[in-house]
Design a protein around this ligand. Sequence first.
Ligand code: ACO
Length: 371
Amino acid sequence: MQEEKTYSPGLEGIIAARTAISFLDTEQEEIVIRGYNLLDLIQRAGYVEVVGLLLDQQIPDKQRQQEIEAEMVGSPVPDAIYAILRLLPSEMHAMDQLRTAVSALGGFDKEAGSTDPSSEKERAPRIIGQIAQMVANLTHVAQGREPQPFSPAYSFAENFLRVIVRREVSPPEVRAFEQSLIAYSEHELPNSTFAARVVASTLGDLYGALTAAVASLKGPLHGGANEAVMYMLLEAQNVEGMDKLIRQKLSRKERIMGFGHRVYMRRMDPRAQLLKEVLHQLIQAQGKGQEYLAMCQRGEDIMRSEKGLYPNLDYYAAPVYYLLGIPIELYTPIFFAARSAGLLAHIIEQHSENRLYRPRVLYTGPRGLQL
Ligand code: ACO
């Protein structure tokens, strides 16, 4: 006899992995990343430092950071990947293009099939760098421009932003972008990380696991929310428009993108609060964009009073990216590029202490039918 009480739709509240990588401690309101508070990392660390922390299980010293960054910046994407991207319809969703590119990248890695954690850890910085370069060049290639590799003259974060926007970028812009990358770098066991661990648990290789994660992250209930938020802000145009639009959507029982979270649901996602500050600082540095903060604030107020719901990270990441001049279709791919560090840490951990994922079902179909 199957017990209904063992069934949790959407695996809500189920502990599905043992991990030393990260933990959302909702009681203490802390996102723990290998012992550090993610908010401290966003405020005080660099993205490369966080990559080192995720992979090495400790904050890397300066020399190790340089090694990791040199791999991330200096590993070119094979020309064949861009040739494949050029063959895809230009109107194909950027996340679908990226899913194809991540999968194809495995073909150019001689150790692609290896699930040995030490080989995976060694290759990880190169793969993170290649994914970022593919993401930075997606729109350019789709629009017929030549891809640009990263340059050793700039930091990883500056390279990433420069190649996307193809202009000089100021230090406050680079820092705002880098802080968003850290905010997105790791977040326990969301759907995409679970998808990657499920694939890795079959002893599938890291390219397969990452490809599954891209597919998962595209969905509007997950990473796809950041671009949806920006379309909503553009449709609203101003504070009054935002007020009207959100109330209309709520009266039609539509979901408002950028609000709610399976784990935080009735509290503010701590990352959203920090990205709101990043948005504020970017507006001050650029001397423009105040209206986006005002629109977001109005949306936040309405959602809190009408639904008791709070923003998640995607809500405030969207206007940050918009003010940086990043094409909207790249918002979710950037989320993936930043998260590739956390995903690789999870894939390596899964391969280090593997047990195949194979849950059971609560069967609701008929029995005993006769042919
Ligand atoms: N807008 C309006 N109502 C909402 C929203 C929202 N964004 N989110 C949840 N609710 C409501 C639901 O309608 C439901 O109401 P009910 O109990 O009256 O039926 C209640 O809150 C609970 O919602 P569930 O869907 O059961 O919660 P779940 O844990 O499955 O959903 C999710 C979490 C998918 C993130 C949801 O909040 C949502 O759809 N948000 C919008 C999409 C989004 O922003 N995704 C980004 C997630 S964070 C990230 O990936 C970085």
